[in-house]
Design a protein around this ligand. Structure first.
Ligand code: PEP
Length: 252
């Protein structure tokens, strides 16, 4: 049985006190959602210790949105994987399309970040996905295949057992445009096949999340698909009620 996951990517939103309120709201309503759903929140770095405190005593897990490619040293402005792990993070989002697009993250950088994540006991939520032009040119399968081969294929079998993939079509992120449930299933099944080509049966255990304008009104239909194991949620993760309602989308 694969894990069911609803992860919130808060991006660069909320002041620390607002983040704490949001976390408390999620904790307060968590009991209304099946305990089979694993909730993860990924606030900005500045909020991590305060949000960790607010989550104490609940089963909601903490993640970061990024980590440095190096272990420590003279890298002004960077935050090491060891630092976020020390604050209670269990997960780290890596390869988000906004990091690839605005901060020039390449597969070479991401390989180093993945190493840092694993060296510090973190589970990466590795994001893949095509942009609109690539989708319209029918290149989406090749794009996600390359993003997986160039990074995930470098993992050991042990590391692969601790990996979450998020398929996020760039054209659906923050645009209100969602992939249809069938589009999501088609590419999730393909991703699982690409993973199986390298890791065999272990691919059946890897959670693959959908991300891109996922909200309470469309989550159930998308999560009902066989190879969709939950969602990476941006905008709708900023309201406790919406975030929890997305978790209620699991009927299986
Ligand atoms: C994201 O960026 O991870 C995301 C899925 O954003 P949104 O839900 O706002 O489209």
């Amino acid at each position: 049985m694969r894990k069911k996951i609803v992860a919130g990517n808060w991006k660069m939103n909320t002041l620390p006190a607002e983040g704490v309120e949001l976390a408390k709201g999620i904790v307060a309503g968590r009991g209304e959602v099946c305990s089979c759903v694993n909730f993860i929140v990924c606030p900005p770095f500045t909020h991590l210790s305060m949000v960790a405190e607010a989550l104490k005593g609940s089963d909601i897990e903490l993640g970061a949105q990024n980590c440095a490619a190096e272990a420590k040293g003279a890298y002004t402005g960077e935050v090491a994987a060891s630092m976020i792990a020390a604050l209670g993070c269990k997960y780290v989002i890596l390869g988000h399309s906004e990091r690839r697009q605005y901060y020039g993250e390449t597969s070479a950088t991401l390989n180093k970040k993945m190493e840092q994540a694993y060296a510090n006991g973190l589970t990466p939520i590795y994001c893949v996905g095509e942009n609109l032009e690539e989708r319209e040119a029918g290149k989406h399968f090749d794009v996600v295949k390359a993003q997986i081969e160039e990074v995930v294929y470098n993992l050991t079998e042990e590391q692969f057992k601790n990996l979450v993939i998020a398929y996020e079509p760039v054209w659906a992120i923050g645009t209100g445009k969602t992939a249809t449930a069938d589009q999501a299933q088609e590419i999730h099944a393909y991703i699982r096949k690409v993973l199986a080509d390298k890791f065999g049966a272990a691919a059946a255990e890897c959670p693959i999340l959908y991300g891109g304008s996922c909200k309470p009104t469309n989550a159930a239909e998308i999560f009902a698909k066989e190879d969709v194991d939950g969602g990476l949620i941006g905008g709708a993760a900023l309201k406790a009620g919406d975030f929890l309602a997305i978790g209620k989308g699991f009927a299986k």
